[in-house]
Each structure stands twice: as C-alpha cells, then as structure tokens.
Design a protein around this ligand. Structure first.
Ligand SMILES: [Zn+2]
Length: 365
C-alpha cells in the first residue's frame, strides 16, 4: 500500500484493522500520493481500471468494477462562452462516486470484509450499494430521511439494507457511528482515503481527452472528496512533468450550506459548523466536510477559490442546462450557475464537473 498516514499524528494506516479514522481522531490521507506515470497506464483495460496501478493498493489483485470512468468531455456554451462538461453522471450508478467506490470496495474485499456500513446523502450510498452487490458484500446504508426517493430506491434495489434517519444529514452520520461501535466496518467514503485515487482519475482522463490542462476547473464541494481527489490527480501529473501546471480550482457550495466558502472568505483553513438550511443541492448538505481543510490549504496557496450560489440561481441553471440537453442533478447545477455568473473572469478553457444524473432528483420546480 502507498503510504497512508494520519494528518494529525502521522500514524500509518494499520495492516491488521480497517479503521475509518485514526485513534487520535485525525483523518487518514495519502502521505505519498501514487506518482503518475504514463508507463503505469494500461491502455488495453477499459475505463478507470486502466489506471489501477495508480490506485496505490498493490495488495489488491481482483478489482471490483462496473465499467466506471471514461466519461465524455462534452463541449457546450454558457452565456455565449465555450465550456467543457465532464459527464460523471454517465457512471454506472449515475454519479462520480463510482470511481471512489470501485477502489474502496476492492480494498475491503482484499481485507476479507463481508459486511460494512456507510452513510450518505444518497449518491455515495447508492454507489456503495451497487459495488457491494457486485462484490457480494453485505451492505447497510444510513441516509437522511430527506434524501431523494430515487436514490433510496436504488440502494434497496441493489439489495443493501436501507436505514432512513429522521433529521439532518449529520443525524445519519451519528447513527452509523453507533453501529460501528459494535465492531462493524464503517466504509466511509468521506473519511476513508481509499476512494481518492479513484477520483484522481478524473484529472488523468481530462488531460488525456483534452490534450491540455484546463484553465479553470469547477466542481461542487460537499465533503470535498471530489475536488480534493481531482487536485491530488493534477498535482501528481504536475510532479511527474506530464503537465506544466494545475488548473485554477473553483469549488462551489449552496448558500443553504456553505462551511467551506465561509472559511475561505475568512482566509481560514478551519471549518466552522454552519446552520444547515434547505437546498435542492443535496450533495453539498454537509456541515462538517472531511476534506474541507485540505482544499482550503491549497486555495490559501493561490490554487483556487470558493463561491456559493443562491437557490434561485441554482434552479434557473438547472432548467437552462436541461434545455441544452444536460439532465443533471441539482448539485451539478451549482457548477453551471457559478459559470453563468463568472465565466468572464475564468481562465479558459473551463471544465465543469457534472457530478450526477437528473434521474435521481424529485425536485419539480
Ligand atoms: Zn492520528
């Protein structure tokens, strides 16, 4: 395994247990992110699995895959300016989460895990349930009661046990923690680092499809794993000398729940708990984002910025994007809205990460 260590006390990830966080309470992260090399890319393999030697898990011999990755990069226009959409909604369970789930579930299987629990606002839970079904792993997924009906149905159809928790997203997180105290493996997509190397493949694919580095890359920030994983991917390619520099990163949240934007506006790297209001962008309803500080550290070094969007702009952007043939989840429309409002200030070419499919949403307006 590539070196994974606690961000706080530098303790290395253990070989004999599967903790979701360090005993000191710190977050595990890649101390050495797998170094990108064209020599490690297996072009005879399909989709994301052609990068499996870059997942940092040489103990895994049998990868759990549903054909994730190799998503299209489509050109369109916003307010008359050209942009490119990385269509992560095309992944097998309908969201970018599949890239992380493929690596995480493969790791769990290699460690002999047969039952694991997860909590999610919906997309990660649906993805985890799908990959668990593929791997014959028994899964239980805790979701907030407010999660969209299609996502909950999808989790159940895959055969996972669905636990619908009343109250905010944080209540689902608390419920899963009480379950893990009984010794069950908590396969947290937010806290465990293993999915990050899968998400980094979005960066590898963009460079491969584009033949260049985007000027600006725009992505929503919930727990932050998406933008952080992409940052680590571009960093790895820059270090390897494959690209001259990284894109400028724009992270997007909803005014309804924007702890990372709030910290950014105070030039802080520490997340402060925020009141959690309603937003149609359920993928960003996370009051304590696990990878928020890691993103903010990079933004403080000048690599990017955070912007939040009001609900009306989000819903407008959602309708406009659909009228151009892009049927995305409202969380992805945050990205579209930010581009509508700021495209003149963005360095080109601009790449938008379209995180998930509109099929999963029941918002009617
Ligand atoms: Zn620690």
């Amino acid at each position: 395994m590539t070196k994974i260590a606690c961000q706080k006390c530098q303790t290395e990830y253990p070989d004999d247990r599967i903790p979701y966080k360090c005993e000191c309470g710190g977050l595990f992260d890649y101390a050495d992110f797998p170094a990108y090399s064209e020599n490690f890319v297996n072009h005879s393999s399909f989709g994301m699995m052609k990068y499996s030697k870059l997942f940092g898990l040489n103990e895994v011999s049998d990868w759990v895959t549903l054909g994730e990755g190799n998503t299209p990069l489509l050109q369109t226009s916003v307010n008359g300016s050209k942009i490119f959409c990385k269509m992560e909604s095309h992944n097998p369970t309908g969201s970018y989460k599949d890239r992380g789930s493929a690596v995480l579930v493969s790791f769990l299987k290699s460690r002999g895990v047969n039952f694991a629990v997860e909590d999610s606002s919906g997309n990660a839970g649906a993805s985890f349930a799908g990959y668990s079904a593929r791997a014959d792993l028994k899964a239980r997924v805790y979701v907030p009661e407010s999660a969209s009906g299609p996502k909950k149905l999808q989790i159940e159809r895959y055969g996972a046990e669905l636990v619908s928790v009343p109250g905010l997203r944080s209540e689902a997180a608390k419920a899963v923690l009480s379950a893990t105290q009984a010794g069950v493996v908590y396969a947290s997509h937010a806290w465990m680092p293993f999915g990050l190397t899968g998400i980094a493949t979005i960066a590898y694919e963009i460079v491969e499809q584009f033949g260049q580095v985007p000027g600006t890359l725009v992505a929503p920030v919930g727990h932050g794993g998406l933008l952080y994983g992409i940052m680590r991917g571009f960093e790895s390619m820059t270090k390897a000398g494959n690209i001259p520099q990284e894109p400028f990163y724009v992270g997007v949240q909803s005014n309804g729940c924007s702890p990372v934007t709030l910290a950014y506006s105070h030039q802080s790297t520490q997340i402060v708990d925020v009141p959690n209001y309603e937003t149609a962008a359920e993928g960003v309803k996370v009051a304590q984002p696990a990878r928020g500080s890691s993103i903010l550290e990079r933004m403080k070094a000048g690599k990017g910025k955070m912007i939040s969007i009001d609900e009306n702009s989000l819903l407008d952007a959602w309708r406009i994007s659909a009228s151009q043939g892009f049927y995305m989840e409202p969380t992805s429309a945050l990205v579209w809205a930010v581009i509508q409002q700021n495209i003149k200030d963005f360095k080109t070419p601009v790449v938008a990460i379209i995180t998930g499919s509109g099929y999963k949403s029941t918002i009617l307006s």
